[in-house]
Design a protein around this ligand. Structure first.
Ligand code: BG6
Length: 500
């Protein structure tokens, strides 16, 4: 395909991050503790079994709550965006970004999750931010909940396993949809909703609570997930009621599975694994559970309680677009023991001999992104949005900061050709998919700034095009330094992809 005009004129080029990984200010502005604030730093020695790093006992949560400050809890300090957001937005504007995918910390708005009135200081923080973005011509793409549930709802309510949380989320969704009406045009409900199958209490991803005694964790997970689907459909209705011009998307961690061999048994296993990933978007885009998941529940003896009206609510409030994260592909086999394993942040996988991996063991599969885009478009025929894609890597900072007393300029640089290459490889496949006919709204690269890793809480697993001068222990100036990839990404946006 020719480069000119390959991307639509209104294509939303941007960067993406989540409040709990970027903001810091965990106890400022009336914010309550969130699940992310009690996640300790743990060096990931075995990236294959990352889920074991995310288990938290009631005792470790209590210990975290009793610990003041940010030491040992990197998500409490993030990248200090809470204090530096104005100059950070200036950097995004300098890059010419059209979109910023971010999230609202639920516990800034409702510190305990069940408060009757919202926290005005939290509401104001995001209002100012959205106003500034508007001035700069950057569209916010806002996730309502990105791994940052108020901790009180986890410990006192049992998180998403408790139907009462649906109503509390509705109150939150109505509050922010109303307050930011006209400022936010793109909403996402839950980040990577499919991660709830791993962890029922917090709605996925990042911290586990011990299962309640006598509870089958899978039963709890699917019940929690149903509650999230209901909450998401309700939030979609609320946003549409408040602002009919606003658009709501679901957000899926797309985990595409390839068969390990051409053995039909492996092919059927890969199809099953794909359907178990895609049933989440089936519910949110098509408005109903697939036969695949219903059969799975039957086979496993899982009984999801639904209330009268749930089916109708899901059917009547489907999303306007489907957004997803894409980092890797996975491999399925009926005999996985025949193959070696490799890592993933949430889902480890069989090693694919055709693919290399990142330093953290994640498969690198740019062509898989074209496959995924075509597959999702063919299945749903709704606009798609890539809201996460990027490379976690170790970067090296060279040079020295400016020294005005000596008249010395800032010579700090980060040379990250590997990250530029990652973007080039992936975005060329995106361009192919658009040429294939896929309707794609935009692409927001994960990180923008270096942020605290969701799975390992490392700062040194860097995703940004802007370096943040801080280490895993939070030591450093937190200065922002433009990486080589910053300038490349700026050219990408300026040329609407022609630089590819
Ligand atoms: C996604 C999450 O799963 O992957 C992000 O939505 C996360 O929050 C990203 O940061 C990268 O994962 P990690 O564990 O390397 O930070």
């Amino acid at each position: 395909t020719g480069a000119t005009g390959a991307f639509p004129d209104a294509f939303l080029w941007g960067v993406a991050f989540a409040a709990n990984q970027v903001e810091g200010g965990f106890d400022e502005g009336g914010k309550g503790l969130s699940q992310a604030d009690v996640i300790p730093f743990r060096v990931a020695s075995d990236y294959v079994d990352i889920t074991s790093l995310m288990e938290a006992s009631a005792a470790s949560i209590a210990q975290a709550v009793a610990t003041p400050g940010t030491d040992g809890y990197p998500k409490r300090r993030g990248s200090d965006f809470y204090h530096r957001w104005e100059s950070d937005i200036d950097l995004f504007a300098e890059m010419g970004l059209k979109a910023l995918r971010m999230s609202i910390a639920w516990s800034r708005i409702f510190p305990n999750g069940d408060d009757l009135e919202p926290n005005e200081e939290g509401l104001l923080f995001y209002e100012r931010l959205f106003l500034r973005l508007r001035e700069k011509g950057i569209a916010p793409v806002v996730t309502m909940s990105h791994y940052e549930m108020p901790l009180n709802l986890v410990t006192e309510y049992g998180g998403w396993t408790n139907r009462a949380v649906v109503g509390l989320f509705e109150r939150y969704a109505r509050t922010i949809a109303t307050r930011y009406q006209g400022l936010v045009h793109y909403w996402l409900t839950f980040n990577e909703i499919n991660t709830t199958v791993i962890e029922p209490y917090t709605g996925g991803g990042v911290i586990a609570r011990e299962p309640d005694p006598g509870v089958d964790p899978r039963q709890a997970s699917y019940q929690a997930l149903h509650h999230q689907f209901v909450a998401s459909a309700s939030a979609t209705r609320i946003v549409h009621d408040v602002d009919p011009s606003a658009q709501v998307g679901c957000m899926l961690a797309r985990m595409s599975h390839y068969p390990a061999s051409s053995d039909p048994a492996d092919v059927v296993k890969a199809q099953f694994d794909n359907n178990m990933n895609l049933f989440h978007s089936d519910v949110q885009v098509r408005g109903r559970y697939s036969g695949h998941v219903r059969r799975f529940w039957r086979d496993q003896g899982i009984d999801v309680r639904m209330e009268p009206g749930d089916d109708e609510l899901l059917a009547a409030n489907t999303v306007d677009f489907l957004s997803f994260s894409y980092y890797m592909s996975l491999v399925s086999s009926v005999a996985p023991e025949k193959y070696g394993a490799t890592g993933g942040n949430l889902f480890s996988t069989i090693k694919n001999p055709h693919l290399s991996t990142t330093e953290w063991g994640w498969h690198l599969d740019p062509e898989g992104l074209r496959y995924v885009l075509n597959d999702l478009w063919d299945r749903y025929q709704v606009p798609l949005f890539i809201v996460e894609n990027g490379l976690g890597a170790t970067d090296v900072l060279t040079g020295s900061p400016a020294d005005p007393t000596m008249g010395a300029p800032d010579t700090r640089r980060v040379h990250d050709p590997y990250r530029i290459d990652y973007f080039v490889q992936h975005l060329r496949q995106v361009r192919e998919a658009i040429a294939d006919g896929v309707n794609l709204l935009g692409y927001t690269a994960w990180g923008g700034l270096d942020i605290v890793s969701a799975s390992t809480s490392q700062m040194t697993k860097r995703y940004g095009v802007i370096y943040v001068d801080a280490d895993d222990d939070g030591r450093g100036s937190f200065d922002r330094i433009r990486k080589d990839s910053f300038y490349w990404y700026k050219r990408l946006v300026d040329t609407n992809g022609e630089v590819l």
